[in-house]
Design a protein around this ligand. Structure first.
Ligand code: BTN
Length: 247
C-alpha cells in the first residue's frame, strides 16, 4: 500500500460511500502534515476513512474534522491502553511528551461545499522506534514495545475502538456542529495554559495558549492582543526555573 489516504481519495473519487475505511499494515508513501513523509513500518495502525459531510453539515471544514479525529484517537488510546493520551493542538496525540499519533485530513471542495473528506490516522502502536530516522525518533513514541506479547490484541482492539469513537464523535459533530465536540477537545488538549510559539505561513506567533474557539482555532494571548490561529505547528516554550524560556 502506498498511502491509505491516497487509496481512500481514489476510492472517494470513484464514488465510495461515507464510512469506507482503508487499513494498512505498512505504507510505502505515508503522508504527513505540511507535505512531510509519514514513516509507517509494521506495528502501526495506519487507516483512512471517507466522509461526506456536505449535505449534513454545511459548515464542516477539514480543520474541524481533524480535531474531531484527534479527540476520537486520544479517547480510543485511553480506553484501550489506559495510557494518559492528550492532544497537542490541533490533532497530534501525545503520551508522556511523545507523539504517538498523527492525523491528516484531506478534502475535495465542490464550490463552497466539501464533496468528500478523507480522515487519515496513524498510530504507533508497537513500532520499533529505532528504525525511524533520527529527526522523527527524537519526538516519536509508541504505545507498546514491539516485543510486547499483547501487541497483536491491542492493535486489533484499538482499531475497533477507534472506528467506533470516530463514528460517535463524527455524529456528535454532525448533530451539534463543532460545539458538539468542543468541550472534549478542550478537556483533552495539552496545549491550553502553555506558552507557545505557532509557526506557519506568516510570522511566528508567541504567547499563552488560552482556548480553542468555536471554530477550532487556537486562541493565543500575545503581547499585541488575542490572536486566533487556524493552522500551524505549535511548539511549547519550556520555562526555566528563572522564568525565561529554555529555548
Ligand atoms: C502528521 O503529520 O501528524 C499526520 C500523519 C498522518 C499519517 C496517517 S497514516 C494513515 C494515513 N495515510 C497517510 O498517508 N497518512 C495518514
Amino acid at each position: 500500500m502506498d498511502s491509505t489516504n491516497a487509496a481512500a481519495e481514489r476510492a472517494a473519487q470513484a464514488g465510495a460511500p461515507e464510512g469506507t475505511c482503508i487499513v494498512a499494515q505498512t505504507q510505502t508513501a505515508g503522508r504527513g502534515r505540511l507535505g512531510r513523509r509519514w514513516h509507517s513500518p509494521r506495528g502501526g495502525l495506519w487507516l483512512s476513512v471517507v466522509l461526506r459531510p456536505r449535505a449534513a453539515c454545511a459548515s464542516a471544514n477539514p480543520g474541524m474534522l481533524s480535531i474531531v479525529a484527534g479527540v476520537a484517537a486520544a479517547e480510543a488510546i485511553r480506553a484501550t491502553t489506559s495510557l494518559p493520551a492528550r492532544v497537542k493542538w490541533p490533532n497530534d496525540v501525545i503520551v508522556a511528551g511523545r507523539k504517538v499519533c498523527g492525523v491528516l485530513v484531506e478534502g475535495r471542495w465542490r464550490g463552497s461545499a466539501l464533496e468528500w473528506v478523507v480522515v487519515g490516522i496513524g498510530i504507533n502502536v508497537c513500532v520499533d522506534l529505532g528504525g525511524l530516522p533520527p529527526e522523527v525518533r527524537a519526538n516519536a513514541g509508541t504505545l507498546l514495545a514491539p516485543s510486547d506479547p499483547a501487541a497483536p490484541f491491542v492493535l486489533e482492539s484499538l482499531l475497533a475502538c477507534l472506528l467506533s469513537r470516530l463514528e460517535a464523535a463524527y455524529h456528535d459533530f454532525l448533530s451539534g456542529g463543532f460545539s458538539g465536540i468542543l468541550e472534549r477537545a478542550r478537556q483533552h488538549c495539552s496545549t491550553l495554559g502553555q506558552r507557545v510559539v505557532v509557526t506557519g505561513r506568516g510570522a511566528p506567533i508567541e504567547g499563552l495558549a488560552l482556548d480553542i474557539g468555536p471554530d477550532g482555532a487556537l486562541v493565543v494571548r500575545t503581547a499585541f492582543g488575542d490572536v486566533r490561529v487556524s493552522s500551524g505547528e505549535v511548539s511549547i516554550r519550556v520555562q526555566t526555573p528563572g522564568g525565561g524560556p529554555a529555548g
